[in-house]
Design a protein around this ligand. Structure first.
Ligand code: NAD
Length: 519
């Protein structure tokens, strides 16, 4: 196929890029079915987080280029929305196979730009792939409703129809999964799509675009622009864009929700998190400690579902030394090195911020049981590494508790009972994910019913829902009213038309005008 032939001579992260003044490849824009070099004078460097070497450059697209991308989406919309649903389904059936065939190459591009381990990067692609697989059920998912005989000779039925040009703005931490939450769902419903990937990890989205083209998506159905604030403002303002899907930080997400909504667009905005893992003393100890350590430090803590806060209930506090031992055993290394468990943080600034938050915990009186700040990774001395870090005796007022750290840092609080744990979780401003570890069904049930959080795991540390369900979020973690993927995702990307029709036999024809409201 097209992509494989491109890969013959180039390493995967160069797909969608071309050489720019030096040997550093540039990321192209994807406009109207073509990978085009930006004419922008403003470019950003992309670094390998394990070495900080510049590996590529990404443009801040010009206004003209962004307009060309939206115009392409608008032009393509008419025929794409009228394309038969079976034809759209076929494209996504081919697409899911192409993603499977190219999963290793996609993962390599993720590890290079984002830093996570190769195995974890494959997981990133796989969880997005599952959403694409789910879109292949669109012939059932988009069914409307019917009610015959609502009155004499009268029936009502609904159509679910696309809404127009939709746009997605994505974060750096899941370069495959989160774009795949968005454009396949939007497009299979008949919308055309404008994607603005994270400027720190745009390479994976470019490969995904190439594969989609190879699967048969017509020119203009997906367009990709790059940039930061100006690109985001453009999306929030352009009148042809009917809906915006955003995943990222609160600072950006609240702004985009407000701007987009003010301009009459639908907006779904998934944002920050502070996920608590509640450990009951009756839990399976071995299982719980392994789950906690994996979910706190996997992906270097740069997951919105990272279990970054442990609440030890009662006697579970005695498990702390073992928790530390297990965390210590994780291997910190560049993501492409065999056996790596914890890769680097995305930027030196992210490392500096995480180091600072660890120090703030120490300064405010927490106990530093494990300090990953000075971790030495042989051969990768310039990387943004922080090793697993554990702060105990943390109290809810400390900065290390109130802020999302987004690094390999587990903060530990102790409470006397389940009620106190629930109160703590519900007093935290975020409501993204949580988990409870217990062998008691009544405890689990009480917890799941009383916490105000979107994703809840019972003995499951990172309960990211499969695509037949929806990824939700509560309170500070979500703005909007319709969530990502699943039934909610279909609802977000469609609008309803309700048709009421009457077919009377000739002898039942009205003889006089009916001037009263029909009842
Ligand atoms: P980010 O908000 O910095 O960036 C996300 C996107 O918004 C990027 O495309 C970026 O270009 C743009 N952006 C950044 N700052 C902006 C601003 N001030 N105004 C307008 N646009 C802006 O987020 P990130 O650092 O890439 O990702 C990490 C964050 O994403 C964490 O808070 C994490 O919890 C969150 N996240 C949430 C979920 C979820 O489903 N709830 C999933 C993944 C990540």
């Amino acid at each position: 196929g097209i992509v494989r032939s491109l890969w013959k001579n180039k390493i995967p992260h160069q797909v969608g890029r071309m050489c720019y003044s030096s040997s550093v490849p540039t990321t192209k824009l994807f406009i109207d079915g073509k990978f085009v070099e930006s004419k922008s004078s403003e470019w950003l460097d992309i670094h390998n987080p394990a070495t900080n070497e510049v590996i590529a450059r990404v443009p801040k697209a010009t206004q003209e280029e962004m307009l060309a991308a939206v115009d392409s989406c608008s032009r393509a919309y008419h025929s794409w929305s009228e394309t038969s649903i079976l034809a759209r389904q076929q494209i996504f059936l081919r697409y899911q196979q192409l993603i499977k065939d190219n999963i290793k190459e996609l993962a390599k591009s993720i590890t290079l730009e984002q830093g996570k381990t190769l195995a974890d990067a494959e997981g990133d692609v796989f969880r997005g792939l599952q959403v694409v697989e789910h879109t292949c059920s669109i012939t059932s998912l988009m069914l409307g409703e019917t009610l015959p005989s609502i009155s004499r000779d009268m029936d009502t039925y609904t159509y679910r129809l696309p809404i127009g040009v939709c746009a997605g703005i994505t974060p750096f931490n899941f370069p495959a999964m989160i774009p795949l939450w968005m454009f396949p769902m939007g497009m299979v419903c008949g919308n055309t799509y404008l994607l603005k990937p994270s400027e720190r990890v745009p390479g994976c989205a470019m490969i995904l675009a190439k594969l989609l083209q190879e699967a048969g998506a017509p020119d203009g159905t997906l367009n990709i622009i790059h940039g930061q604030h100006a690109a985001v403002n453009f999306i929030c303002d352009h009148p042809a864009i009917r809906a915006i899907s955003f995943v990222g930080s609160n600072q950006a997400g609240e702004y985009i929700y407000e701007m987009g909504s003010r301009n009459g667009k639908r907006v779904q905005s998934n944002m920050g998190a502070k996920n608590h893992g509640v450990v009951m003393p009756d839990a399976n100890k071995e299982n719980t400690l392994n789950q906690l350590v994996g979910a706190a430090f996997g992906a270097a803590g740069q997951r919105c579902m990272a279990l970054s806060t442990a609440i030890l209930v009662g006697e579970a506090r005695s498990w702390l030394p073992e928790l530390v031992e297990r965390a210590k055993a994780l291997r910190v290394n560049a993501g492409d090195q065999p056996g790596a468990d914890v890769g680097p943080l995305i930027t030196p600034q992210a490392k500096q911020r995480v180091d600072g938050l660890i120090q703030s915990g120490v300064d405010e009186g927490a106990t530093l049981l494990l300090d990953g700040r000075k971790v030495h990774v042989k051969g990768y001395e310039n990387g943004n590494f922080v090793g697993p870090t554990i702060l105990s005796n943390v109290s809810p007022k400390m900065k290390c508790y109130t802020e999302e750290i987004f690094g390999p840092v587990l903060v530990v609080l102790e409470v006397a009972d389940l009620d106190e744990a629930i109160e703590l979780v519900n007093n935290n401003p975020y409501g993204n994910g949580t988990a409870i570890f217990t062998t008691n069904g009544a405890t689990a049930r009480k917890y799941t019913h009383e916490v105000d959080v979107g994703q809840i795991g019972v003995n499951v540390p990172i309960p990211v829902p499969l695509p037949m369900f929806s990824f939700t979020g509560s309170r500070g973690s979500f703005r909007g009213d319709t969530n990502f993927y699943g039934k909610q995702g279909i609802q977000f990307y469609t609008q309803i038309k309700t048709v009421t029709s009457q077919w009377k036999a000739e002898d039942a024809t009205l003889k006089t005008p009916a001037v009263t409201m029909p009842t």
